[in-house]
Ligand binder design. Sequence first.
Ligand code: NOJ
Length: 545
Amino acid sequence: MSITLGKDDWWKGAVVYQIYPRSFADSNGDGIGDIPGITSKLDYLADLGVDVLWLSPVYKSPQDDNGYDISDYQDIDPLFGTLDDMRHLINETHARGMKLVMDLVVNHTSDEHPWFVESSSSLDNPKRDWYIWRDAVDGREPTDHQAAFSGSVWQWNENTQQYFLHIFSKKQPDLNWENPEVRAAVYSMMNWWLEQGVDGFRMDVINLISKHQDFSAGDDLFGPWMNGPRIHEFLQEMNREVLRDKGLITVGEMPGCTVELAQQYTAPERHELNMVFTFEHMDLDTNPEGYGKWDLVPFTVKALKENLNKWQKGLEQVGWNSLYWNNHDQPRIVSRWGNDSAEHRVNSAKAFGTVLHLMRGTPYVYQGEEFGMTSAHFTKLSQYRDLETLNWAAEAPEMGISEDYVLKAVGYKGRDNARTPVQWDDSVNAGFTSGEPWISVNTNYPEINAAAAVADADSVFHHYQKLIAMRHGMDVVVNGSFDMLWIEHEQLFAYTRELNGRILTVVANLSNDTVELPGSVSGDAVLGVKADVLAPWQAFVTLQN
Ligand code: NOJ
């Protein structure tokens, strides 16, 4: 059955591939991936079959947070290349029938952005109100809120004797979206990028742009800042000023987004965003009562199913979600909840890929996931580069956390686990760079690399190719209803999708054990081998017409 999607909903049938440019492919031997490096791999991406490339930030930046701290939105950082390189990449991407999405980081800028330089220059500077400034209270920070990357959210500015707000690092001051001039400047910048030919935006922590002005509302990390009273108004304004009727793809990264809010953010008639990126399913191994992401609790398949079932059903009638296990902020799923041993890596990577890609939503593949790259397995703190990890490791002893626990927690969950260079082949530095890589290449690259996976018909790469082709070719994958099977089961992740009498059944054993199915499955296998007893990490998909 052919899929009829139009200009306004083509992204429902699409698969997005995320590129973290710094770690993707280095063309000039400086050890840092760059835009010409990306261009050189476009044929590989087209062969995989993905529709959209999302680039993590390549704008001019002091690189405090690897580019999520932008000092010029309309220029490219020399580390990554030039605007001409970028235009060439856009053209070459389009020439292969793919689209390109920019990362829009407008909750904050770099403290080296000219807007902030002006804003912090004097109390009466015309841009003073472009950021969020407050007086000291009793000689100290106005509130006790903690920043996402450790320490207070308030940073003292000696020059003007006030604090400014930074939800992330102190080099990432938050913009004041209450000020209409800020909003107009952002929209004008977005329109400029559309003129350069980009096809949409992934919007960084976009539900933090409207803050609760009294800094109240919940004591979790982002409580006072997220889903504020004007968020829908701002997104609708952005939609009117920039996005509407252009056939773009828009995805909002939204910590603390609930099902109800996601319905509001993505209902087409509300004209806000196409889809959201949510976090609940990724936080299942964090202690909800604890001190944050490093306070680990064991992962269970059952909790994952309960959570995703809630989201699948909750957005079945209204709204659209992104589907992801991996990105530049998450460790690799095959090491996190799968099994990356030589025996089980390939099958566990395939099993997680299978359950993800055939749910309702738009799947995201993060570079290297398509051939089963693993987490870094660093053993020393000196191997890490990420400020989130390093800041927490520095503050952990004061919280009474042992060095052993720090190494364990960052080894499991640190963001650098996903940021080691893409392993292209078995040559020096995995073919990523001819120079010294900015972060170590995983030592498993001689076995795990793209070239080996492409050459092997049973590899994770070819499995992902098939999953992507299924979304492109099967209406039931895009538009079918969703029903979780055997939700109480501790090891199986299984569900059906149904459309006009066609039923797709997805069954995966997400465990190291052999598992007998609790019931029968109808239809013929369209992926994997149908069985009543599943080997560890075995998965299959059937179709009944
Ligand atoms: C979310 C991004 O994905 C993350 O990498 C970044 O550090 C923060 N937002 C701040 O921009």
